[in-house]
Design a protein around this ligand. Sequence first.
Ligand SMILES: CC(C)(COP(=O)(O)OP(=O)(O)OC[C@H]1O[C@@H](n2cnc3c(N)ncnc32)[C@H](O)[C@@H]1OP(=O)(O)O)[C@@H](O)C(=O)NCCC(=O)NCCS
Length: 326
Amino acid sequence: MIKVKIVGVGSYLPEKVINNFDLEKMVDTTDEWITERTGIKERRIVREDQATSDLCYEAAIKALAMAELKPGDIDIIIVATSTPDTVYPSTACWLQKKLKTKGQGAFDVSAGCSGFLYAFLLAGTLIESKVAKKILVCGGEVMSKVVNWEDRATCVLFGDGAGACVVVESNGESGILSVNLGADGSLAELLYQPAGGTRMPASEKTVKEKLHYVHMKGREVFKHAVIWMGRAAEKALKDANLSIDDIKLFIPHQANMRIIKTTNERTKIPEEKTFIILHKYGNMSAATIPVALDEAYRSGRIKDGDLILMSAFGTGFTWAGMVYKW
Ligand SMILES: CC(C)(COP(=O)(O)OP(=O)(O)OC[C@H]1O[C@@H](n2cnc3c(N)ncnc32)[C@H](O)[C@@H]1OP(=O)(O)O)[C@@H](O)C(=O)NCCC(=O)NCCS
């Protein structure tokens, strides 16, 4: 067991709601198509002046309040995101500035929708190895600024939001019981943002060709997602010597209801144990799992000692599975 304990959770969703009927007025789509194919009914969208660190800040303040800690008590700040405020510095550094604290380590983790589980594991190992005592781990995304609002195949899928956890050393009662991480970079081009990095720096041409937006081969992504979401969850259970009966709650990454249902069927995870926020928020990439953790905890679905199974899949491709004892 990696002896680590979540002592604070928080989340933030922007106020502005765009529902499927709003999208009907923007692109050639219908509420029926989006609901049937994805399970999404609405999503939250940031204001023009908000960036990822602003969302993480609101989530972090709530998590710190629950942990009864001040920003200055934190030793390391980690933000999992694929939609950073700037290419550099990291969103974690912008968040640190907003939290009005300095000195502690701050960096981002880029692992797409699996990012939060990668970052949480990293926080656990940094605490276990005595590098830090208290770590703030956020998952935050502003997907609405990287989707092409003229592309019906992608703009209906995503939403903005952030979740945060404050993580400290545990006395052995809480912790990560098992974890697996994976990636397949050979499939990177099935879901990526082509321009804006060093491969294809921003230019008049890249802007004109809309290469700073999400480019996705949805059907291909779907096929890989259903395989790896399930395998990662099953491996996490097996490595912890547990069965699904031992698990209180399954928190999957939430990109599409059909991916979650197929994962549940393949792994025999009952629907009633699966915590869903997808219909309200869409796919918030790295923010999905921490927002779900916060909502599950605050609604009483998670209590001390409960075993939580989490699994994720995203750009890279990356995937991850974890059993955490609350
Ligand atoms: C994107 C996704 C919902 C599309 O569902 P699908 O059943 O695979 O649909 P397809 O892409 O094959 O498209 C089917 C048809 O619907 C159309 N379509 C696509 N988006 C549409 C929309 N918003 N409204 C109406 N029609 C749409 C397509 O143009 C296509 O039309 P055609 O048959 O005339 O060419 C699905 O592939 C998916 O969820 N993929 C995974 C995405 C994902 O999870 N990404 C993030 C991973 S973390």
